[in-house]
Write a new protein. Structure first.
Length: 454
């Protein structure tokens, strides 16, 4: 049985193991959790109550900003307790395999994550991990006492995260850093993975509770995992599935992906689309950039953004940029036989917004949506991406002129030219990439039944 708290997170699991030998000696166990007010897990207590021939045991794990501490009390092996193998005895070694029984119980600093894996204080060595494109821990390895590399753990997964059966001699382990497996998440004694906002059940490919952001994915069941496509998508914290490509090493690469995903829709349906870029340092010390699910506006008007979307997307995220599209190139004109369009450059209001120097018609200063200067990107119908960073971007004129003979600002030169482009851009078009492909995740407020141009 499971008891939940007000955040829909499990407080306690109560487990009864039926005696497989038919002697009527059932074993009871309890798994308890302690959380911070925002749902961050602080402590896990796994208690197995004693019965004849077994004294019982208590194992406590504390989570402190990446540092993990363990406390063990009691001893003996419970052969009928399936939580010791996360209910996958065919796939994992017993969690107490190699545990030294006896001695005074004490708290021990177990490990801390690093950018390459973990540092194990109990083993006094660095543990390196090979992870695949979904963040799954596949192979863990380290140097032994003789300085020779040895494999400490291997994992092979079915698409939705269940481990392959390893045979009689399992090469997959549990406990400490070994428990961080599928998507890099911690496997619990219940067989569920803890993603933060929810517990995930890999044996059925479903979450245990409803999606706290269910309104952002109304076409999907609130219990689905990764849009039912775990080969491609991940869910960083149990609230919103993302393409793994949404974790980028640089802000510009995140902006480029936004343009590749949404510029075609913007051109084809002649609407502007807007997003917020953010930076996150995860619990493994890895820094990445990503962006929120965009908001749909109209032709010539970007959708209103909500900075709170960033807080919903990832804990501890820092807003670092704004991005939008310029819809279709419906106003191309000829000047001296040359094509011209103002859609393929920043507007003056764009620049003022990024610099946080907006003024209304009465000359009163207005704050942008972020209350600070911000790097801005615009995906344009010619298939280019423009970038402006206040105080950094070159504001001077380039050597290039437009059809009217006006010098083009350096920041209006594209930093990439491989976004979907509008055939109506004519000679201004930078590539021949079709604007008809739809993004993986539709923007908020988008109506697919509205008229499209191509």
């Amino acid at each position: 049985s499971i008891v939940y708290n007000y955040l829909n997170l499990p407080n306690t699991f109560s487990i009864t193991y039926v005696d497989p030998f038919g002697l009527g000696q059932a074993t009871n166990a309890q798994l308890g959790y302690l959380y911070r007010a925002d749902g961050t897990k602080l402590r896990k207590t796994h208690t197995i109550y004693g019965r004849r021939g077994f004294s019982g045991s208590t194992r406590i794990t504390d989570y402190l900003d990446g540092f993990q501490y363990d406390y063990n009390e009691g001893g003996g092996l419970c052969l009928t307790c399936r939580s010791e193998t996360a209910f996958e005895e065919q796939a994992y070694k017993n969690i107490n395999d190699g545990l030294v029984i006896g001695g005074s119980p004490e708290w021990k600093l177990d490990f801390v994550p690093t950018s390459e894996g973990f540092y194990s204080f109990t083993e006094n060595r660095y543990i390196y991990q090979y992870r695949d494109h979904l963040g799954n821990a596949r192979v863990s390895f380290a140097k032994n006492s003789e300085g020779v590399l040895e494999v400490t753990d291997t994992n092979n997964y079915y698409p939705f995260g269940l481990n392959h059966i390893q045979g009689m001699i399992s090469s997959s382990r549990l406990g400490g850093y070994y428990s961080y497996k599928y998507n890099g998440k911690e496997l619990q004694e219940t067989g569920m993975y803890d993603y933060g906002a929810r517990m995930y059940m890999p044996d059925i490919g479903r979450w245990g509770v409803i999606d706290p952001l269910a309104e952002t994915s109304r076409r999907w069941s609130p219990y689905n995992y990764a849009f039912n496509n775990p080969i491609r998508f991940i869910d960083p914290d149990g609230r919103q599935a993302l393409d793994p490509g949404d974790r980028f090493k640089t802000l510009r690469s995140a902006a480029t992906d936004f343009g590749k995903q949404y510029n075609g829709l913007s051109i084809n349906y002649n609407v502007e689309v807007r997003t917020t870029f953010y930076k996150v340092t995860d619990t493994n010390g890895e820094t990445y950039y990503s962006y929120t699910v965009p908001q749909t506006g109209t032709a010539g008007t970007s959708g209103e953004i909500d900075p709170n979307d960033v807080a919903k997307a990832a804990k501890g995220a820092e807003i670092v940029g704004d991005g939008h599209t310029h819809s279709g190139d419906t106003d191309v004109i000829k000047m001296d036989g040359k094509d011209y369009s103002s859609a393929n450059e920043f507007s003056n209001r764009d620049i003022a917004s990024y610099k946080n120097t907006l003024y209304d018609s009465n000359g009163k200063k207005e704050e942008n949506a972020y209350g600070k200067p911000i790097t801005g990107y615009v995906a344009t119908p010619d298939g280019g991406l423009r970038e402006y960073t206040p105080g950094v971007s070159n504001n001077s004129n380039s050597t290039k002129t437009d059809a009217a003979g006006v010098a083009v600002k350096n920041y209006d030169l594209p930093v990439t030219k491989d976004l979907p482009s509008d055939p109506a851009s004519g000679s201004l078009r930078l590539n021949s990439i079709s604007p008809t492909n739809m993004p993986n995740v539709p923007p908020k407020g988008f109506d697919p039944k509205q008229p499209k141009r191509y």
